[in-house]
Design a protein around this ligand. Structure first.
Ligand SMILES: Nc1ncnc2c1ncn2[C@@H]1O[C@H](COP(=O)(O)OP(=O)(O)O)[C@@H](O)[C@H]1O
Ligand SMILES: [Mg+2]
Length: 315
């Protein structure tokens, strides 16, 4: 089995993301999997029906792998990386994750639109329109309100605005300086203040779950914001919410964030590039191995129908 990872940074760098790529490399070696790591910039994309078995990497044709594992969030890498993923998909390479879910999930509004359509629990969410009609926000969402940038990750674009006055000031400031920014307003789930759950789902099964707690009484629980992590035993209802979320968004490797409500859970967001350094610290699991095993299963299944036919022929 051959797997390619798409990654922008230097693999030896000290970031969590680079650490995770090295984890994939170590496990692949252990499992006898051929793993190659490329940066999207190494590709040249040529749309032609003359050769559907290779792509150009550093100008030279390279035979396609069985699987592609993109670790290049589109917000950082933009259109080119998405085009690379699409090219490989269209040439028949299976992707963990695919371009369609990467695009849908990068957009928080779109994610909530899909989840709500499918009857999954999400906080009331509204797309901002400038000038903001504060009375409308008060009527449908109320205060405090959570304000998020549409494409944010790692908690950096998320604010809790406590009062109507503070919200009014902030919206005036944004309206003056950057009215074209895309924001969403979301109901503040008070029962979840400073804590949430990260559920890691691989190919429709919950691999692990951890509770994240914000440091110093903050309201954002992201690990990358310094949140403390601890293994958490999910009940069946929460498991099903996480699995359904990954299914309706069609995410093979998903980080589903759940917020605590007074009587269960609601979905905060989904991630198609979930980090796992904190998760492996908190839970006794091996994320790269589980992902490779899922790929191996799919590869085996691909060849099963042929065997079944042969068996029938013998009978
Ligand atoms: N509606 C909400 N109510 C309460 N807490 C929230 C809400 N939305 C987000 N949070 C907190 O903020 C954190 C970051 O929000 P999230 O939407 O996951 O953005 P990011 O993509 O930047 O991680 C969450 O992990 C959670 O702790
Ligand atoms: Mg998040």
């Amino acid at each position: 089995m051959e797997v390619w990872i798409l990654f922008y940074e230097d693999i030896e760098s000290s970031t969590n993301e680079a650490f995770e790529i090295r984890r994939f490399q170590a496990e692949a070696k252990d499992m006898g999997i051929t793993l190659k790591v490329f940066s999207p910039e190494q590709f040249d994309l040529l749309v032609t029906d003359e050769d559907r078995k290779t792509v150009l990497i550093d100008g030279e044709p390279e035979t396609l792998p069985d699987f592609l594992l993109p670790r290049t969030p589109p917000i950082e890498s933009g259109y080119f990386s998405l085009a690379v993923i699409r090219q490989l998909e269209r040439l028949g390479v299976e992707t963990y994750n695919g371009s369609v879910c990467i695009e849908a999930v990068a957009d928080k509004m779109h994610t909530h639109q899909i989840l709500c359509e499918q009857g999954l629990p999400t906080p009331i969410t509204m797309l901002a329109k400038f000038p903001v009609d504060i009375a409308l926000v008060e009527k449908h969402i109320g205060f405090p309100v959570v304000v998020k940038t549409l494409l944010g990750v790692n908690g950096t674009g998320v604010f809790l605005v406590e009062t109507e006055d503070a919200f009014n000031d902030l919206m005036n400031l944004i309206g003056e300086t950057n009215p074209n920014i895309q924001l969403i307003f979301q109901k503040y789930v008070a029962a979840s203040r400073g804590r949430d759950l990260r559920v890691f789902v691989v190919d429709g099964e919950v691999l692990a779950c951890m509770e994240r707690r914000a440091k110093d009484g903050g309201f954002k629980a992201n690990f990358s914001q310094g949140g403390a992590v601890e293994q958490f035993d999910l009940d069946e209802e929460a498991k099903q919410i996480a699995i359904r979320t990954s299914e309706v968004l069609d995410i093979r490797v998903a980080g589903i964030d759940l917020l605590f409500t007074d009587d269960g859970f609601t979905i905060c967001e989904a991630n198609t590039f979930p980090g796992f350094k904190g998760l492996e610290q908190a839970c006794d699991i091996n994320v790269p191995r589980s992902i490779f095993e899922s790929m191996q299963r799919r590869l085996d299944e691909k060849f099963e129908p042929e065997f079944a036919l042969d068996d029938q022929a013998v009978v």
